[in-house]
Structure formats: C-alpha cells, structure tokens
Design a protein around this ligand. Sequence first.
Ligand SMILES: Cc1cc2nc3c(=O)[nH]c(=O)nc-3n(C[C@H](O)[C@H](O)[C@H](O)COP(=O)(O)OP(=O)(O)OC[C@H]3O[C@@H](n4cnc5c(N)ncnc54)[C@H](O)[C@@H]3O)c2cc1C
Length: 415
Amino acid sequence: MGGMQSLVILGGGTAGTMAANLLRRRLPSNWTITVVDRDDRHPYQPGYLFVPFWMKPERVTRDRWAQLHDGIQHVEATIARIDAPARRVLLATGQELAYDWLVIATGSHPRHDLVSGLSDGPLWGTKIHDFYTLDGATRLAEALRNFDGGKVLVHLAELPIKCPVAPLEFTFLVEDHFRKRGIRHKVDITFVTPLDGAFTKPVASSAFGDLLEDRSVRVASDFTVSHVDNDRARLVAYDGRELPFDLLVTVPPHTGAQCITDSGLGDDMGFVPVDKHTLRAHADDRIFVLGDASDIPTSKAGSVAHFATELFVDNFLAAIEGKALPNRFDGHANCFLESGRGEALLLDFNYDTQPLTGSYPVPVVGPMRLLRRSRINHLGKLAFEQIYWRMLLPGKRLPVPLLMSKAGKHEPREH
Ligand SMILES: Cc1cc2nc3c(=O)[nH]c(=O)nc-3n(C[C@H](O)[C@H](O)[C@H](O)COP(=O)(O)OP(=O)(O)OC[C@H]3O[C@@H](n4cnc5c(N)ncnc54)[C@H](O)[C@@H]3O)c2cc1C
C-alpha cells in the first residue's frame, strides 16, 4: 500500500466538496483528504438570484462540513498563502498544512471595491445594491419592496463574472416583479453592459437582445464603467456617458481569492493559469485547479465545476501513479436562464461551440429546448437546488453528458 499520502483541497464550495467526495471513494485508505474553508456555511449561490424576489435567505445556506462524506477531514481557517516549492499551505492562524498533492478550489469573488463610488459612498445599501452576496441579495429584497418608481439600472461591470447570464436573468425577473406589482409603467429599466450586445456569444446575444426589447428594457452597450457619482446618483463611463438612477443593481468585477495572488500563483486577475484540458497548474505538476479559480476560457459556473471535476477524478488517479492523463475537458457549460413570466431558456456550449438552438439532453426529443423559452426549463432551474444538495455535491452521477454533444443542435446558416 505504501506510506501515507495527503491531498489537501483549498475551498469547500461546489468544486472542492464534489472533488473530496468523489475522490474519497476512489483513493485507498493510506490517503488522507483534508478540505480547508474559512467557515461552516455552504451557500447554494444560484439561489441568490431569487432572494430579492421570493426565496428566504435562510434556505440558501447549509452546513458546509455536513456535505463531506466520512473519512474526509476539514480545517476551518482562512488560507493565507500556498508555498508550492515546499508543498505546504500557510493558514492565517499561523498553522501550516503539508501536502503531497493540492487541489485549489477557492472560487471567484465579487469585488465591489474595484469600482470607485460603488460601495465606499453614501448610496451603497440605499440606492446601490448587489445580489452576488447573500447579504446584498437580502438587502435588495427590502429595497425592491419599497421601490415605487423611477430609473433602474442593472449593471454588469466587466467579465469574467461567475454565472455570466445572471445579470440578464435578474433583469427579466425584476421586470416581472414591477409588472406583478402593477407599477411597471412607472419604472424605466436599462441593462448596462461593457459588451456590444446582451451576451458574449452571437446566437444567444441576439436571442436575449430581442427578449429585452420585447420587455421594453433599454440596453446601454459598450459601457465601460469609470465610477459612480454619489452626489448626483449617476453611473459614469470612461467615454463620458452618464446614466442617472434611482436604483442601481450592480454586478462588480470578479477576481480570484486573495491567497492566490499572495502566493504568486495567479494571473493579474488572481486566476490560476492551467492547461485548459487537464486543469493542471502550469506552475506546478502537483497542483490541479477546479471550479472558478482557474483561468480556463469558459463560463465560471457550477455546471462547469461539475463536468470538469468528474473528468478530473480519473486524471488525478493517473497523475499520482505517474501515468498519462486520460480525460480532456472541453469547457462544457450548461446554464438555465430565467426569462421571467415563469419561463427559462437553456444554454449549452464549450470552448469551441457557441450556444446554439436545439434540444437537450436527448437530441430532437429534449425535453429541454435550447435557447427557447419554456415552462419546463424554468422547472428544471428550480429543481436544480435539490439536485445540487442531493446529487451533485455528494458526487452522484447525473444523467447528462459531461462533454458537450453537438447532436440535436442547429448551426446558424451562412447568409
Ligand atoms: C447570483 C449567482 C447565480 C448563479 N447561478 C448559477 C447557475 O444558475 N448555474 C451555475 O452553474 N452556476 C451558477 N452560479 C455560479 C456558481 O455558484 C459558481 O460558479 C460555483 O459555486 C463555483 O464553485 P467553486 O467551487 O469554484 O467556488 P465556490 O463554490 O465559490 O467555493 C469557493 C470556496 O473557497 C473558499 N475560500 C476562498 N478563499 C479562501 C481563503 N483565503 N480561505 C479559506 N477559504 C477560502 C470560500 O469560502 C468558498 O467556500 C451562480 C453564482 C451566483 C453568484
């Protein structure tokens, strides 16, 4: 069996928890697995989208350590730094954790402090809100209840952010919210984006653009935010454009975890450069990076963390034996997009293929229609909460393909 071997997993969120549970079943008993995270509260982050409207904040979070299977250790502490050459992790408490192999799953983090005037002025928490943190989403619920008309900006500062469709989803849901309250005619909604359209990928962007127009939502595109003017309640762009607001809901820039930057392992946004097919860190063969923490060019999403982590398991088992890695990740992402009116769309894409129309997971039959609004997609999105806690985190196989399939999809026609 050999001597003791240790795997340390940094971050007990979506990817870290899944990886620990999947590997515990596959690694022999001379391996210890230790998960490090700063607290004992695991949020179901997709729930943040619904908290401003109807979901109770208490429902979003469960005990973090209870999600780990037997035989997995945990350490509740803030990670200060990784010392890769010495194969050890330094904790803020001054303690050290030695490892033979390391998985980094420290996620991506909204940084309100990176836009001047956003969270450091008097309007933060009154006229300026966010829904990318549980506290923010909870405060926004209250603000929306009290809002009775005026200019609303839904603002995306820059990419990458986690779940890049969430700002659009919020826009559709907030439009619904005002309509249901009978005050839609008193609210002027603008979707503000640094992109030249509603989304990054052309087929999806035109589908979402049409939908925004349908709902009478204005789009301010190519808007690169410079700062927020708190005195005049205006969002200001570098090109001089100014958008006045009575309510600004912003999704700020994201970076990787501070401990990644402090370890010298990150790019200039704090994301760890990896081989995009194997998720092995360029800097060190003993480090793999799962979930939002790496620099792979696909969406930062729970679905990506899920597909990649399942493929990673066999690669890890090969790596520790010194063998070639058998699996290649293709960047597969799969996102439900709430479109309001009790409906949702489904997007399925990877490194090479943009979201196309068609059906999923079974070509032609579906049941989910890609890029078309339907009730069943909306129910799928809501059902995902239970799937997350009961199947995804414990590491049970879901009946969907890990690599993207082109079957059932329609390529755009050349003109
Ligand atoms: C509003 C919103 C809606 C979303 N909707 C969807 C959706 O519909 N579908 C979808 O697929 N995805 C969605 N996501 C994205 C999804 O939640 C993330 O992509 C996913 O959780 C990433 O998993 P992760 O393990 O990489 O990071 P996380 O789950 O964020 O975990 C990272 C962990 O690292 C810990 N950590 C970081 N730094 C330190 C440190 N220094 N010390 C100790 N611990 C540390 C954190 O505490 C955290 O627990 C959404 C996200 C948001 C915010």
